[in-house]
Ligand binder design. Structure first.
Ligand code: UDP
Length: 326
């Protein structure tokens, strides 16, 4: 079985590759332009006999059609991600997330190749209706705040996927990832856990944005990739949207304190405003928690909340390597 992972050089994509390769019947094609995915994520797979790396941008229609044409299953993970990156490069982010997805879905529809579309809890926007259920309404802010462009692009990707399912019989499943974290995630684009861990290990202040009462439900990448694979292989999941996350809303203040405890760091916590951290047009979701009833009913399980496991895995990884300058 040949699996194509777009964004295969990325944080989640590289873990998905490891997961699939554990089964010796699987071959893996990794398509990535390495704009945000790091070569180091797949260094260990470079000489693997069942891995091929295709260096291409998902906006390159020919490259996508060639790659999808060789695959039995497709995981479309390539996207411009990270709030900081989206706020700083809205145009490229929108184009990658819209054109890239359309290319992948159109190519997959040619042969009816089952496809997983990676979506995001950002799709819920600033809904306050926690926990978020897949059938909930979404709530976005003004179009002058780039963050909602990302949410809207991901929502449009979902509409496209469902339309390909309904009109072109494409077996496609949508997974909304909730703050997936773990080893190999970079802090470069503002992700909070690698940022806090690096700050704590360096003895610097941990920078909490806003008053720190906002919550996120952090989910271990190992759980996320297992669910991704299972959802794609579950026929009853096709044509459906699923929350992929562990329901453990944690405030950013609590998170910062836990990171300091687990690293035994002498760091302090400082609060900085969202305006200072991003820009004045910035808005962010306050509370975020997945309802995983549908996931549990479909797969028989859902990720268990385990913030300490996530943090200790990230701390272990980042303690063992040189912390890059930010
Ligand atoms: N955050 C923070 N300090 C940082 C980076 C992020 O306090 O150095 C906050 C951010 O404002 C948000 C939460 O941590 O409330 C999660 O941020 P991240 O960018 O990791 O994910 P997302 O905002 O997409 O949920």
């Amino acid at each position: 079985m040949t699996h194509l992972i777009t964004g295969g050089g990325g944080f989640i994509g590289s873990h998905l590759a490891d997961h699939l390769l554990a089964d010796t019947d699987n071959d893996v094609l990794l398509l990535d332009d390495f704009s945000t995915g790091a070569e180091t994520n797949i260094e260990h797979l470079r000489d693997h006999s069942r891995v091929e790396v295709l260096r291409a941008d998902v906006r390159d229609r020919n490259a996508v059609f060639d790659a999808v044409g060789r695959a039995d299953l497709v995981y479309h993970l390539a996207a411009a991600v990270g709030v900081q990156r989206i706020v700083e490069n809205p145009l490229a982010s929108l184009q990658t997330n819209l054109e890239g997805t359309e290319n992948v879905l159109e190519a997959a529809a040619e042969d009816g190749t089952p496809t997983f579309l990676a979506s995001s809890s950002e799709v819920y926007g600033k809904s306050e209706n926690v926990p978020f259920s897949e059938t909930d309404d979404v709530v976005y802010g003004r179009t002058t705040a780039p963050r909602w462009g990302y949410a809207t692009a991901k929502a449009t990707d979902e509409f496209l996927a469902l339309a390909y399912h309904d009109e072109r019989d494409l077996p496609v499943v949508v997974g909304r990832y909730f703050n997936i974290v773990g080893p190999r995630q970079t802090g470069q684009y503002g992700m909070v856990i690698p940022t806090f861990v690096d700050q704590a290990l360096a003895g610097e202040d941990l920078t909490v944005y806003g008053d720190g009462t906002q919550t996120r439900s952090f989910t271990h990448v190992a759980d996320a990739v297992e669910i991704t694979h299972e959802l794609l292989e579950t026929e009853s999941a096709h044509g459906e949207v699923f929350n992929v996350g562990a329901p453990n809303p944690t405030s950013i203040n609590e998170l910062a304190e836990r990171v300091i405890d687990l690293t035994d760091s002498g760091s302090e916590i400082t609060h900085i405003s969202f305006e200072e951290a991003y820009d004045e047009d910035f808005e962010e979701p306050d509370q975020r928690e997945p309802d995983v009833t549908k996931l549990r009913e479909t797969l028989g399980w859902a990720p268990e909340p385990d913030l300490d496991r996530i943090l200790s895995d990230v701390i272990e990884e980042r303690t063992d390597r040189e912390v890059p300058a930010r």
